[in-house]
Design a protein around this ligand. Structure first.
Ligand SMILES: [Zn+2]
Length: 139
């Protein structure tokens, strides 16, 4: 059963499950990112809303995206600006992976979690529903 799996197995599995269609939807909904490419920059127009929906700080999600994309960027008000051309599909997949790995509790599946950085190289996902404390891959 899920809860008997080792964390490393769960993580491995999570990385293999790269979603390609819509964002994960269970008890809560995360608005689909509105991605626009202009010149050599990629904009996520509703970035703040996406972050609010998943209850994560925009700085945190942006840092994750930039690291995964190997790009630089910043935030202008509610919009994320990424230097480089990235497809909407790629952005959606990364946000979906973020949801799987850094929002949903791997023990009970609840999205009611808090992502904490304990030290420089340690991140934990604390579940408000079941109380589980799960180490996650830091970024
Ligand atoms: Zn939980």
């Amino acid at each position: 059963m899920e809860r008997q799996l080792e964390y490393s197995t769960l993580l491995e599995r999570a990385y293999k499950m790269i979603p390609s269609r819509s964002l994960v939807r269970e008890r809560f909904e995360v608005e689909e990112p509105e991605v626009m490419v202009t010149g050599k920059r990629t904009f996520i127009l509703n970035f703040k809303k996406v972050c609010d929906d998943m209850n994560r700080e925009p700085e945190v999600l942006l840092r994750y995206l930039l690291k995964e994309l190997g790009a630089s960027g910043n935030r202008e008000e509610d919009v994320a600006v990424i230097y480089g051309v990235f497809s909407p599909k790629m952005i959606k997949e990364l946000i979906n992976l973020f949801l799987k790995n850094y929002v949903y509790c791997p023990v009970c599946g609840s999205p009611d979690t808090i992502l904490r950085r304990e030290e420089r190289k340690l991140m934990q996902l604390r579940c408000m529903a079941c109380g589980a404390l799960t180490p996650v891959k830091p970024f």
